[in-house]
Design a binder for this molecule. Structure first.
Ligand SMILES: C[S@@+](CC[C@H](N)C(=O)[O-])C[C@H]1O[C@@H](n2cnc3c(N)ncnc32)[C@H](O)[C@@H]1O
Length: 380
């Protein structure tokens, strides 16, 4: 854990990049009509709050957003839980130094113990729960209880972001094919996944362990969505560097369409920050690392990616328009975004829509449209 707190790794850049981009629309949107404009965050595995004076952890980041929205008016409440004594001491210092005017609780101990009480405190107001353990997360039944509050139109949003550890999954799943499996270890994963379904999901994909991992994580996200009352979900794989195996998966579940849309945008923005840090780290020790010349390469590569994504999205829109029926991208999300889900974002989609308009394939203009996914594109 000490290692982790010393320097922020690029995987953490992605995780924090996503939260940083997601918190403002979550606070802004959900708090516009909530009781007393209240919005709550529960950071269940809070960590030290900050890694150094320049590097925020989730704690410092949430406090910053809470303060930034105080005048809007929004009352953002942050509830932190942390069980390590040294870490919580560091977190308390961050809260003292940076939590001025924010309603904050810092809870010493296990998230499983504190969660029921905290859910009570956040009753009736929009809630975002962030569960970011270093290993296995709390049991499935405990995650599901977060959604055990009124759903539906007009009800406060309930959203959960979980760090699902790929390392823990691989290690425990190894027992499924071991000659000397430890049933207790397997049972611990059963608890996390809400049943032993994951064992079969893993085994049927073997010998492809990457596919096995995907099957379990996707199965987890689907079950969570269903138990949460048909929430939608995102699964984002988080790697230290491109080409390496995922360190963990971020599983996000929300019952609100707007939340899912904003999360896709936040994922795309987080990935851009991650590519930037990866490019900077890759340049260390090379000719480009001595000064800022890596920045030029990074910008050129980003410009290339942007063009490539706009072309891909425009081609996919063209295929959908060729079917001859009006459609919303929302209803054909997979067909239009494909592998670019969570990678490309609104600005790329807008440019792609303009491209098919300029090519005379549609009569619909995206200019001035805010909810792009909900825009009905009409074929010519
Ligand atoms: C990955 S770190 C958190 C990083 C932080 N959320 C961030 O984004 O900056 C996980 C933290 O959870 C704490 N922890 C582990 N098990 C816990 C539990 N059962 N309840 C509360 N905290 C726990 C660890 O001490 C550690 O500080």
């Amino acid at each position: 854990m000490l290692e982790f707190h010393k320097t922020k790794k690029s995987a953490a850049v992605l995780k924090h990049g996503i939260i940083d981009s997601y918190a403002p629309p979550f606070i802004g949107k959900t708090g516009s009509r909530s009781k007393g404009n209240r919005v709550a965050f529960i950071d269940g595995y809070a960590g030290p709050g900050r890694y150094s004076s320049e590097e925020e952890g989730s704690g410092a980041m949430l406090l910053r957003h809470a303060k930034a929205h105080a005048g809007m008016p929004r009352t953002v409440e942050c509830h932190f839980v942390e069980e390590d004594a040294d870490t919580i001491a560091a977190l308390r210092t961050v809260v003292e130094d940076e939590g001025d005017g924010v309603t904050v609780t810092v809870n010493d101990g296990d998230i499983s113990t504190h969660l029921p009480d905290l859910l009570q405190q956040c009753d009736g107001i929009p809630l975002f729960v962030y569960l970011d353990p270093c290993g296995l997360v709390i049991p499935f039944a405990e995650v599901v209880q977060i959604f055990d509050r009124p759903a539906g139109r007009g009800q406060p949003a309930t959203e959960v972001l979980i760090n699902f550890s790929a390392g823990a999954l691989r290690r425990i799943a190894g027992h499924l094919t071991s000659k000397t499996p430890t049933e207790g270890t397997l049972a611990r994963m059963d608890e996390v996944c809400g049943g032993d379904w994951w064992r079969q999901s893993w085994l049927v994909e073997l010998p492809d362990k990457d596919a096995a991992e995907q099957a379990v994580v996707n199965g987890y996200a689907e079950r969570l969505s269903k138990e949460a009352g048909h929430a939608g979900h995102w699964v984002i794989d988080v790697r230290q560097r491109a080409g390496l195996k995922p360190l963990y998966y971020l599983v996000f579940a929300s019952r609100h369409l707007a939340g899912l849309e904003y999360f896709g945008e936040a994922s795309s923005l987080g990935l851009e920050k991650w590519r930037r840090v990866s490019a900077q780290q890759a340049a260390v020790g090379t000719l480009f690392g001595d000064d800022d010349s890596w920045v030029e390469n990074f910008k050129a590569e980003e410009a290339r990616l942007k063009e490539e994504w706009i072309d891909t999205l425009a081609n996919n829109l063209e295929s959908e328009l060729a079917k001859g029926e009006p459609f919303r991208v929302l209803d054909r999300y997979d067909e239009v975004f494909g592998d670019l889900a969570g990678v490309a974002r609104g600005l790329h989609l807008r440019a792609a829509m303009k491209k098919v308009l300029a090519a005379g394939l549609t009569t619909t203009s995206p200019v001035g449209v805010k909810e792009l996914l909900q825009l009905t594109l009409k074929p010519v």
